[in-house]
Unconditional design. Structure first.
Length: 563
């Protein structure tokens, strides 16, 4: 339990200056500085920024061309086809853009490929979809940046294409009417970290502003927030504003489908957090795509019938439960293979596969294995001579760079720094595995694979008062790029015998200098063998609040413990 290395951030002079300028506790100012927020202006924007701080959408290259072509389609009554992706980001991007275009009077339809039969992205054979539906304009959302052949073939058939995406391009860009992607060199956009919903929102922002209907812009924030968190985008810059404002909007939801979904998650009577978006709402939307029924999720957001929304939510709930069972089975099998063969001691990247592993959930399992073994993991499903892979990585290792080194092995690949997908011939898997691990040996330092717990600084229990928690609340939402602060406290006494909760968690009361707080240790039931009443320990912890009999309480969420 003590294998992790505690890395305590050193104190910085800027923190003292921020604490004074903003009248916030020094420990909170130290967290800001650790997030590279070192000036008063930057700190005020981080803590108090609102939608007035959004960037001009026209800073993104080709935005003017996209808006002009969509305006022309609306004026001519041309049919527009939105081509989306099957994950939360793609589904909600599709929903948002369809709603916005409908508001503008457009004739609009959508198409989302099925994960299990079509695979990811827009392929050349998909040209038949706009042809069959009589569309003159295709707009991609959360995909399309590598769809060079599709775009060329569509143009030959008289169909214009607008690409909106946030993934890295291939060797060439599609020759589309407009390509909106903030990660492109020369995109001109100051925030390259947008999720697909973020890029879609910028297009909607430009379209509604031109039509004089931008007063309704805030309504889209709810879906942007869900998609941004579900896609594990960095919660910095505009993403932070999107999620912060979206969480406020989720307190009052008019859309019947979204309202039913929130209630089904048990969130109808309490304040919704970013954790709820990532672990309750997002997975239910995602379950439809993962289990091959994406259209259920899209239909939910357009239904006005209470009976239908209830039935759709129940189906999503059932699919999510099925996904969880499938995921647990694959995780147990993969973990067993890794541990039995000592793969984590032999390889810096773990690569495993099976024809029996469900293609729709291997990405989630890869993420859990990545956390357990603290190294990149790529899992494969084998089918019809092809290996379909999904990979996840630790923060120190950009997995997409490793895949770039191996691109000669793939039929297709893509993704982000920490999450990737790829397809290759099953017979080529051994060669890919060798190439990937050769690249990992070159690129990954051994120290990167040691689990590190980054601690923002010391915090005595006595400092955790009402003023401190009010300032702590300004730091939310937490996520990638703005992790929940971790503090440390020494010479902490365990004053009650630890209790095991639900067979996997541990709870005890902890005292330091006379102040007693409840400590919750998630998935740490095995600590009961080393932690006893009367023990003196050091804790690495974050803070959480709970409500008991109408009273707000502050508790410790213990990340690690040194006896």
């Amino acid at each position: 339990m003590n294998a992790a290395v505690w890395v305590v951030q050193p104190p910085r002079a800027e923190a003292d200056a921020l604490a004074g300028a903003l009248d916030i506790p020094p420990a909170i100012a130290r967290v800001l500085v650790n997030r590279k927020i070192t000036t008063e202006e930057a700190a005020r924007e981080f803590l108090f920024g609102d939608l007035t701080k959004l960037h001009d959408p026209y800073l993104m290259k080709d935005m003017d061309k996209a808006v002009a072509r969509i305006g022309l389609a609306v004026d001519r009554r041309e049919r527009i086809l939105i081509f989306g992706d099957y994950d939360v980001d793609g589904v909600l991007s599709t929903v948002m853009l369809k709603k916005a275009l409908t508001t503008l009077g457009a004739d609009v339809e959508y198409f989302i490929p099925e994960r299990l039969t079509d695979g990811y992205g827009i392929k050349v054979e998909h040209v038949r979809i706009p042809l069959e539906r009589g569309a003159a304009l295709v707009i991609s959302v959360d995909c399309g940046i590598k769809s060079v052949e599709f775009t060329a073939r569509a143009r030959e058939r008289g169909i214009d294409v607008i690409i909106t995406d946030h993934h890295r391009p291939g060797d060439a860009l599609p020759e589309a009417v407009a390509v909106l992607d903030p990660v492109l060199p020369g995109s001109g956009y100051p925030d390259a970290g947008l999720a697909g919903v973020g890029v879609t929102f910028k297009l909607i922002q430009a379209l509604l502003a031109k039509a004089g209907k931008d007063t309704g812009l805030a309504h889209y924030m709810k879906l942007v927030a869900i998609g941004t968190v579900a896609d594990v985008a960095e919660l910095k810059g505009e993403n932070r504003l999107f999620v912060k404002q979206g969480l406020k909007g989720l307190r009052d939801v008019a859309n019947p489908g979204l309202r039913s979904l929130i209630e089904a998650c048990g969130l109808g009577r309490r304040k919704i957090s970013e954790g709820d978006l990532g672990f309750r709402i997002g997975p239910r939307i995602n379950a439809a795509g993962r289990m091959g029924m994406t259209d259920l999720a899209v239909r939910l957001f357009f239904s006005e019938d209470p009976a239908e929304t209830l039935a759709l939510v129940q189906k999503l709930d059932d699919l999510n439960a099925q996904r969880q069972r499938t995921e647990e089975k694959i995780f147990d099998e993969a973990r067993g293979r890794i541990e039995e063969r000592g793969l984590d001691r032999r390889y810096k990247c773990l690569v495993l596969g099976s024809p029996d592993w469900h293609r729709g959930v291997i990405g989630i399992v890869a993420s859990k294995l990545k956390d357990r073994f603290n190294r990149p993991v790529v899992l494969f499903h084998y089918e019809n001579g092809k290996a379909h892979g999904s990979g996840r990585s630790i923060s120190e290792v950009p997995l997409i760079d490793l895949l770039e080194d191996c691109k000669a092995h793939f039929l297709s690949y893509g993704g982000h720094r920490l999450a990737v997908g790829c397809t290759l011939p099953t017979e080529g898997l051994a060669a890919f595995k060798a190439a990937l691990n050769a690249s990992a040996e070159r690129r990954i330092a051994e120290d990167s694979l040691r689990k590190k717990i980054k601690i923002d600084g010391p915090l005595d229990f006595s400092a955790v008062d009402g003023r401190f928690m009010a300032a702590f609340g300004l730091l939310v939402p937490f996520g990638v790029g703005n992790p929940k602060p971790l503090f440390m406290a020494d010479d902490v006494e365990v004053v009650t015998e630890p209790q095991v909760l639900q067979g996997k968690h541990l709870k005890f009361l902890a005292r330091q200098d006379g102040r007693v707080l409840e400590a919750l240790c998630w998935d740490k039931a095995d600590w009961r063998h080393v932690v006893r009443r009367g023990s003196r320990v050091s804790l690495a912890f974050s803070l959480m609040t709970s409500e008991y009999l109408g009273e707000q309480r502050t508790n410790l969420s213990v990340e690690d413990l040194k006896a």
